[in-house]
Design a protein around this ligand. Structure first.
Ligand SMILES: *Cc1c(COP(=O)(O)O)cnc(C)c1O
Length: 398
């Protein structure tokens, strides 16, 4: 397999940690029983799943019977949104509030609901990439069924005022869901203290395996099922449990939530170092608020540079990073997140997302900073636009 020397795309996915792999292996080998079977092999698998459920409940500050394992973060988002929509439509509530820069796993289910007659309010995120809690308060109506606002944005890393929004939703009696896929392990989350009714997370963003997620649902609410079939997950989510992945997710989440402060203490200086160095480059812009962002994330736009070319040049140096969102690469449209904070199309195209993990080292950051200015200069020297830009004949970021 090709070796990427330096992996700075942890918002796209992460490597499985040694500890997670070690915990999973017995369930990929001798412990392969079906948790629904009554003999010992099955019962042991069921115990392992329930042990992971307890780990998730402890990490989120909820009860074990409020934790549901799913196949991914996208499924969790779909279930929370479509389930709540159906539940509340029966009570005549068909209005949903969200933000313009949610992940597509939130936006696309909402688009589908709009076609079915639901009404969705998309709140702005302003130039800094942060939703205003007062905007949420002002948008809530008597027929509002759900507020769904992501905890931290996957592209620009900005952190939303989730506890404030939770308090508003509680006061107004509206169900509150947050997609915390990126935030988990980066910020302190307690669903009860922060009045979160539903929360999505995904294993593969926190050093567990791909294809396993969680939806926490406040036990006050009984959502209709998204996947019908067997009686797994207390009759609420059918499908034989992915036991090894669930075991790994439990371990990964325990680790991620226990190590938030030490991880941030390590990453903040690296983030500052990258920021200071990159901002010395001519005509560069930081996307998203400088302070209200995860220590793991930086997102820049370089005028006169094409993001895809930048990624390819970095790849030649063994460095993996991202431009826009991985899900939309291959499409020529700039990311909806970068457009949502007011970037012109041309500038949104020249963006670079750097996302670190606890495994990121200062040597890796130094290696990036050593090649990045040269790559930018080289790409600009080949760009027909660059000459116009420096003469001030075309767009410029304010
Ligand atoms: C990755 C991601 C998802 C999707 O999770 P999957 O497990 O890949 O389906 C949803 N929301 C956000 C914010 C993400 O970063």
């Amino acid at each position: 397999m090709l070796k990427t020397r330096i992996y700075l795309d942890n918002a796209a996915t992460t490597k499985v940690s040694d500890k997670v792999l070690e915990a999973m292996l017995p369930y990929l080998k001798e412990g392969y029983g079906n948790p629904s079977s009554i003999y010992t092999l099955g019962r042991e698998a069921a115990i392992a799943v329930n042990n992971a459920r307890k780990q998730v409940a402890d990490a989120l500050g909820c009860e074990e019977n409020e934790v549901y394992f799913t196949s991914c973060g996208s499924e969790s988002d779909n279930w929370a949104i479509k389930g709540t929509a159906k539940l509340m439509a029966a009570k005549g509530k068909k209005h949903i509030i969200t933000s313009v820069f949610e992940h597509h796993a939130v936006l696309h289910p909402l688009k589908a609901l709009e076609k079915e007659g639901y009404e969705v309010t998309y709140l702005p995120v302003y130039e800094n990439g942060v939703v205003k809690a007062e905007d949420v308060a002002n948008a809530i109506r008597p027929d509002t069924a759900l507020v769904t606002i992501m905890y931290a944005n996957n592209e620009i890393g900005t952190i939303q005022p989730i506890a404030e929004i939770g308090a508003i939703c509680k006061e107004k009696g509206v169900i509150f869901h947050t997609d915390a896929v990126q935030a988990i392990g980066n910020v302190h989350i307690n669903v009860k203290e922060q009045n979160i009714d539903m929360l999505s997370l995904s294993g593969h963003k926190i050093h567990a395996q791909k294809g396993c997620g969680v939806l926490y649902i406040n036990k006050k609410y009984r959502l209709p099922n998204l996947i019908d079939g067997g009686a797994q997950e207390r009759n609420r989510r059918a499908g034989t449990e992915n036991v090894p992945a669930i075991v790994g997710l439990g371990v990964a989440l325990t680790e991620a939530t226990a190590n938030i402060d030490s991880k941030n203490a390590k990453l903040k200086p690296l983030q500052d170092k990258i920021y200071d160095a990159v901002m010395k480059i001519d005509r560069v812009h930081l996307n998203g608020d400088r302070e209200r962002r995860m220590a793991s994330n930086l997102n820049f736009s370089f005028e006169g540079v094409e993001g895809e070319s930048l990624l390819l040049q970095l790849d030649l140096q063994g460095i993996a990073a991202s431009s826009g969102s991985a899900c939309t690469s291959g499409s020529l449209d700039p990311s909806h997140v970068l457009l949502s904070i007011g970037l012109p199309h041309e500038i949104a195209h020249g963006s670079l997302r750097i996302s670190m993990s606890e495994y990121t080292t200062e040597e890796e950051v130094d290696a990036l900073l050593q090649v990045l200015p040269e790559i930018i200069a080289k790409l600009r020297s080949m760009s027909p636009l660059w000459e116009h830009i420096i003469k001030g004949e075309t767009f410029k970021i304010k």
